[in-house]
Design a protein around this ligand. Structure first.
Ligand SMILES: Cc1cc2nc3c(=O)[nH]c(=O)nc-3n(C[C@H](O)[C@H](O)[C@H](O)COP(=O)(O)OP(=O)(O)OC[C@H]3O[C@@H](n4cnc5c(N)ncnc54)[C@H](O)[C@@H]3O)c2cc1C
Length: 161
């Protein structure tokens, strides 16, 4: 069923983490008609304070970064709709994206759905996932350069993002 969005979009962006929002800002600045759908699970929201994002010499929290990026996208018509895209199909030269009982039509789809962490099984002690020390490759590298590190027993599928 084709839902309430009768006019096809130029591009549907799926995912409103930093990747999806950056893309949306560019697409909207090109005056393209876009939609953004997000399931609300951005890994960036877990960043207490990031020091490697350009433009923020004092660092910025993930939540604040996402808030600002959303605001910037919205300035140019890139509004984020909360929801989960559960399926994508082709209909001629059009994409059909299912979201609940709606179907969105778009000439192009940009997948910015991120990744999901394989969280390690640590039985003895509940792990504070927000303690970002080992969750981000950039943080991990920067930390390792500054101080000696203990080799992690976590690897492969149980390793952290
Ligand atoms: C604790 C922690 C600390 C970190 N610290 C740093 C740091 O300091 N510096 C740094 O550069 N990186 C850091 N990272 C990594 C950074 O968060 C990720 O690289 C970044 O969030 C990836 O952005 P993204 O837009 O690709 O994906 P995400 O931010 O994960 O966004 C993907 C979005 O897509 C949505 N989505 C997925 N599937 C669907 C669907 N079917 N329909 C609708 N929406 C969907 C998700 O809900 C989510 O909102 C850290 C990560 C963690 C976990």
């Amino acid at each position: 069923m084709v839902g309430q969005m009768t006019d096809p979009l130029d591009c549907l962006v799926i995912g409103a983490g930093p990747a999806g929002l950056t893309s949306a800002i560019y697409l909207a600045r090109f005056h393209l008609k876009i939609g953004i759908v997000d399931a609300g699970g951005s890994r960036a929201a877990m960043i207490p304070l990031t020091h490697n994002h350009a433009g923020y010499p004092g660092g910025i929290s993930g939540e604040e970064l996402l808030r600002r990026m959303r605001e910037q996208a919205a300035q140019f018509g890139g509004k984020v709709t909360a929801g989960v895209v559960s399926g994508l199909d082709r209909d001629g030269d059009m994409f059909l994206a299912r979201m609940g009982d709606e179907t969105w039509r778009a000439h192009a789809v940009l997948l910015a759905t991120g990744v999901v962490n394989n969280r390690p099984r640590i039985d003895q002690k509940p792990m504070t996932w927000r303690s970002a020390a080992a969750c981000c490759a950039i943080v991990r590298s920067a930390t390792a350069m500054r101080r000696p590190t203990v080799a992690s027993p976590l690897s492969g599928r149980e390793g952290m993002g």
